[in-house]
Design a protein around this ligand. Structure first.
Ligand code: AMP
Ligand code: ZN
Length: 466
């Protein structure tokens, strides 16, 4: 497998630390608000990476944190007149509701920063002891100058970074690029006891600390949205590598934004759609299809038109599954024959192609076109003369390849009217074909669902009986 590594700026062969295993950390949400569809894309991408590794037989340990203490959390809690803890509890619950709704598998662990305060304090003590951090009046800063490789993730040195940064002058810092790992308590802020007095952790330190605690000194993959590359991930590297003296993460993966009118979808610009409001109108397969239809390193300009077109695309794939489902109840042959075995074998090329595309830095866009080729082939070759077993195996292959993408695992929900009309049409056709057994079966199946058909001079009518 090849992965584009932000750290080296090239695609590299994936070599796990422990053969057959993947240790992955993804930066999760700050839990002060509902997830928007931009955050959703990033979490869907984490999910696909994790699912695909599992599909390829790896044992994946995936940690995604909740940032439940920072300025945004404190301000929102104060606005709402609740504690930061209550705010966190509320939006973690909402996160799970939306993530489940988007068919995102739960991470192995979702650690909350506030549950690791003691470990964070210890981490900071180690940084101070190693000479990488210093205390000023209850705040503790990381000394960027001490870390010779600072800037390696973004590929710039400290001077360039400083020239490009808009940082406020702070007399207390030794260097303008230094950043807080511990912040002294201000009025109306929650705080914890520490060797530097009451205070709270900075944002970057929580990820360094929890990744180390839950996955070890060096992890295989660290993932996050593109906006986290700098300073968040650069700072995580500086902190972790200063303490352990080892590489922090072997592969860095960054997911591109969802934009609206070419601007990043964000809470601050107020140009966002929540995952929840989109899920009211579109199902998770459709939303995921939209996110997958472009490569994860390419930005998506979000529109409802794109969603509508994703909806009709995913329906085309589901139609193939539905046809196979219908065929299973209509075909008369049960067992597969030699010719069908040969045909099924010929479908293996789609699995191989799918893997080839996904192995190439998770190229979901091309992997999806393989799915379309597969369903086209099946639509052309599996029919009323096929065996039940062939229908089942063809369907199983579509679902197998949908699974790592988190799509095609459901039954397409059709509204009742459409479904019944389709069955009535099918019954009429069966009658024309003099296949009275099938026609009767359709009528009886409907009757079992309390739907009765009446033949009238105007055509077939149906009604629901109680
Ligand atoms: P936040 O809740 O703002 O801390 O963001 C949670 C995750 O969503 C981070 O990994 C961000 O990089 C990512 N993210 C935020 N906005 C967007 C966006 N418009 N498109 C894609 N990912 C985003
Ligand atoms: Zn992080």
């Amino acid at each position: 497998m090849r992965i584009y590594n932000t750290l080296t700026r090239q695609k590299e062969e994936f070599i796990p630390i422990v053969p057959g295993e993947v240790k992955m950390y993804g930066c999760g949400p700050t839990v002060y608000n509902f997830m928007h569809i931009g955050n959703g894309r990033t979490f869907i991408i984490f999910d696909i990476i994790r699912r695909y590794f599992e599909y390829r037989g790896y044992k994946v340990t995936f940690i995604q944190n909740f940032t439940d203490i920072d300025d945004k959390m404190i301000n929102k809690a104060n606005d709402e007149g609740i504690t930061v803890k209550e705010l966190g509890d509320k939006y973690i619950k909402e996160y799970y509701q939306d993530a489940d709704g988007l068919q995102i598998e739960r991470a192995t662990t979702n650690p909350r920063a506030t549950e690791y305060i003691n470990d964070i304090i210890k981490f900071i003590e180690d940084l101070i002891e190693a000479g990488f951090a210093y205390e000023v009046d209850g705040d503790v800063y990381y000394s960027t100058k001490k870390f010779a490789e600072y800037g390696k993730l973004v590929g710039q040195n400290l001077d360039d970074l400083q020239a490009g940064a808009r940082i406020s002058v702070d007399e207390r810092k030794k260097d303008p690029m230094d950043f807080a790992v511990w912040k002294a308590k201000k009025p109306n802020e929650p705080a914890w006891e520490s060797p530097w007095g009451l205070g709270r952790p900075g944002w970057h330190i929580e990820c360094s600390c929890m990744a180390k605690k839950l996955l070890g000194d060096t992890i295989d993959i660290h993932a996050g949205g593109m906006d986290l590359k700098f300073p968040h991930h650069e700072n995580e590297i500086a902190q972790s590598e200063a303490v352990t003296g080892k590489a922090f993460a072997n592969y860095w993966i960054h997911a591109a934004f969802v934009n609206v009118d070419n601007k990043k979808m964000s809470k601050s610009l107020n140009n966002f759609f929540t995952a929840r409001e989109i899920l009211e109108e579109y199902d998770a397969d459709t939303i995921r299809f939209l996110m997958l239809s472009g490569h994860y390193r390419i930005q998506i300009n979000f529109t409802k038109e794109l969603l509508d077109s994703a909806k009709s695309s995913i329906e085309r794939l589901y139609n193939c599954i539905n046809n196979l489902d219908n065929l299973k109840s209509e075909v008369s042959k049960k067992d597969i024959n030699d010719q069908e075995i040969g045909y099924l074998k010929s479908l293996d090329k789609y699995r191989e192609k799918f893997i080839e595309k996904m192995d190439d830095d998770f190229n979901t866009a091309d992997a999806i076109s393989v799915l379309f080729d597969l369903t086209k082939d099946i639509n052309n070759n599996v029919n009323i003369n096929s065996s039940i077993e062939l229908c089942e195996k063809a369907e199983a292959l579509i679902r197998e390849l949908g699974k790592p993408l988190g799509i095609l695992q459901n039954h397409m929900k059709k509204d009742l009217e459409t479904e019944i009309q389709e069955l009535i049409d099918k019954r009429q056709q069966a009658r024309k074909d003099k296949d009275f057994a099938l026609a009767d079966k359709i009528r009886d199946d409907l009757k079992n669902r309390n739907i009765v058909l009446e033949d009238t001079p105007q055509g077939v009518r149906w009604k629901k009986i109680d």
